[in-house]
Design a protein around this ligand. Structure first.
Ligand code: FES
Length: 101
């Protein structure tokens, strides 16, 4: 059953940056974008590089390995239509980040 799980403090994720967390055995990248916090599967759907090590530009992360890009709001690839990361609902309450998994 999916439920919101506390994953970190909001201050753990720098503005314009990311943090990798593990929730229920899944590695998830949490992003702090100008549009808010978002979470997608950390393992790039191309060849598995960690997207939390990628480069965030607004709400788009570019994988550091081969440059595929993903909209962190939806998980959909910008550079490779059809490729997609799982995306998870996020809420921030009391300075804590919660991801629904
Ligand atoms: S592993 Fe991410 S673009 Fe290749």
């Amino acid at each position: 059953m999916a439920d919101f799980v506390e994953v970190c403090s909001a201050s753990d994720v720098p503005a314009g940056g990311a943090k990798c967390v593990t929730v229920k055995g899944k590695k998830i990248a949490v992003f702090n974008t100008p549009a808010g916090f978002y979470a997608i599967d950390n393992s790039c759907s191309h060849k598995g590089s960690p997207l939390c090590d990628g480069f965030l530009d607004g709400t788009v992360v570019m994988c550091a390995m081969h440059g595929w890009t993903f909209d962190v709001r939806t998980g959909e690839s910008v550079s490779n239509p059809g490729a997609k990361q799982a995306a998870y609902p996020v809420k921030v309450e009391g300075g804590k980040v919660f991801v629904e998994v």
